[in-house]
Ligand binder design. Sequence first.
Ligand code: MLT
Length: 260
Amino acid sequence: MPTFRTPAYYTLCYSDAGHGPAVLFFHPFPLDRHAWDAQVAALVPEHRVLAVDFPGFGESGPPPAGLTLASVAANVSRLARGLGLERLSVVGLSMGGYLALELAAQDTPLVERLVLADTRAGADSAEGAAGRERFAKRAEKEGIGWIADDMLPKLLRRRPDIQVSRRVAAAIALATPAGVAGAQRAMAARADHRGTLETLRMPALVITGTEDALISPEESVHMAELLPQGRLHAIPGAGHLSELEEPEAFNRALVSFLTE
Ligand code: MLT
């Protein structure tokens, strides 16, 4: 897999396949770029598709202390421009959505179309950030064995598909304590981009699972209203990981948005 060595002393690993208009995927926490396999497969016949592993996940290198989403976004922008890409569509789900929004805020001309799935624009409350620090410390102390039990009920719909549960648990088992801690701290320190939304004039699609237990569909409705060219697509019966629970419905919405 190609690897980009950032000036901030960490590496970003990414997949890069196909030809055509470029689409870049950012995965949710605590998974890796394979969370997007079904979407990559759907787009690759007619697009160039890139999917990046967040530092400490998949094949990317470990996160440095003090990693921020702003740093990851800046380095993804360098990576894309280094590949000669001047315009691309960006798709992010949850943590990946925080990163997509950060990239769109930092390098707006790069982002042709924006897809924000099961995510939010606001920053953490003090209480939320403190909860993330507890999560990070527990991962550093106990490892990651407890995370699937803790998170699966929040990531999936009320009555999840057993295959999807197994797949997500197996993906979580590949996470590293350092990656988990780094991502939690980076998310806790992220900027509040609610005010940024109205400045992002590119076509934007906001996707929400109607059973998202982590980020309420109402937040997505509001985000779509604030984006000048925002539109909302709700996926009935999907939980937070809507791209994994309802990949066909997700792909239909995605492909129709990217090819209209
Ligand atoms: C995710 O699904 O990426 C995370 O649960 C998001 C978060 O913790 O805010």
